[in-house]
Ligand binder design. Structure first.
Ligand SMILES: [Zn+2]
Length: 243
């Protein structure tokens, strides 16, 4: 069947149809290669979510640590002031002054006790934040480990697909060499447009893509597979597939 057809068709048309077949093979492989993208994007998104959670947890550790250091500084300052009050107490002479200092010492002691309690809580918060960060980090590691086999599988499938795609592109280039330059230029230009293919067979007396009628003199030109004509409706190359 295909032998009969090749004999019937003009050699330019045969070369063009072969080229179109190669282009379809390339397009199918490109689609196959791209078909992994959504899954890869999903895997990436899952990791990104865990990573941003980890960044948040680490920030929590840092903030809790800063708070603890801040309280330590404050407590250190209070202690120093208390120490000075105690020293002054040893030297005061008047009873009134001593009573005032004693009252100050008492007050400062209770403030210090509150700050120390606050420091204890801040130390607990650091510990909690560190625990949380460690958990999130472990979850991220687990997610990476869980993804690894599928990622490897996809990488292998893509590598194999890329190999086939490169071979198909090579074949396409070889096949393109058999098409005469002006017609190849036309063909390539149509392919860059928005029709799925550059060439369509006649369907009855109309273009096989947009179904615009092909004028009779044009149909006669290509009758029996003698080359191609442009569709006036959509611009694709129309050919007579013969019978
Ligand atoms: Zn058309």
């Amino acid at each position: 069947m295909s032998f009969v057809r090749e004999v019937a068709l003009d050699s330019d048309l045969v070369a063009l149809l072969a080229l179109q077949e190669r282009d379809q093979a390339v397009a199918a492989l490109e689609a196959e290669l791209n078909s992994f993208d959504p899954e890869l994007a999903q895997l990436d998104a899952n990791l990104a979510r865990a990573e941003s959670e980890l960044a948040g947890a680490r920030k929590g550790v840092e903030e809790a640590g800063n708070r603890r250091v801040e309280l330590e500084g404050k407590i250190e300052g209070y202690r120093l002031m208390q120490e000075r009050r105690r020293q002054r107490l040893e030297w005061v002479k008047g009873a009134k002054e001593a009573a005032t200092l004693m009252a100050e010492l008492d007050l400062a002691r209770s403030v210090l006790a509150k700050e120390e309690a606050e420091w204890m809580r801040s130390a607990d918060k650091v510990e909690e934040a560190e625990k949380r960060a460690a958990e999130v980090e472990r979850a991220l590691e687990e997610a990476r480990t869980a993804q690894a086999p599928r990622r490897e599988q996809i990488a292998a499938l893509r590598a194999e697909c890329t190999e086939r795609l490169n071979a198909a592109r090579q074949e396409r280039e070889e096949t393109a060499k058999r098409v005469k330059k002006p017609i190849l230029t036309r063909y390539d230009r149509i392919r860059k447009g928005n029709t799925p293919l550059a060439m369509y067979p006649l369907k009855g007396s109309a273009c096989g893509h947009c179904y615009t009628a092909v004028p009779i003199h044009r149909r006669q030109e290509i009758q029996g597979g003698r080359g191609v004509t442009s569709c006036e409706g959509c611009g694709v190359l129309v050919y007579d597939p013969g019978t």
